[in-house]
Write a new protein. Structure first.
Length: 88
């Protein structure tokens, strides 16, 4: 499925940037130019807005269940709670 592949590529690229020490907002903003799916691009814009307003990454992505499924959200939440690199 093309859409699932786009989510996978988005996640992988975001992970690489975060592990390299790029701040979450900066990493997400750089993803905007790499995202070719209009829905995913619009979703990332909304996620940036929510994180800038103080939301966690998991809190921001759970507002978009048509893009990110429950398992994806729970993986992000687990990363946040374990002190992973998903912090703003």
């Amino acid at each position: 499925d093309v859409y699932k592949r786009q989510i996978y590529n988005f996640s992988r690229q975001l992970s690489v940037m975060l592990k390299a020490g790029v701040p979450l907002i900066d990493a997400l903003e750089s993803m905007l130019s790499k995202t070719i799916n209009p829905l995913l691009n619009k979703t990332v814009e909304k996620i940036i807005e929510d994180i800038s307003a103080g939301s966690s990454l998991s809190g921001a992505i759970e507002k978009h269940p048509k893009v990110f499924d429950t398992m994806y959200i729970n993986i992000i939440r687990a990363g946040e709670s374990s002190g992973g690199v998903c912090r703003p």
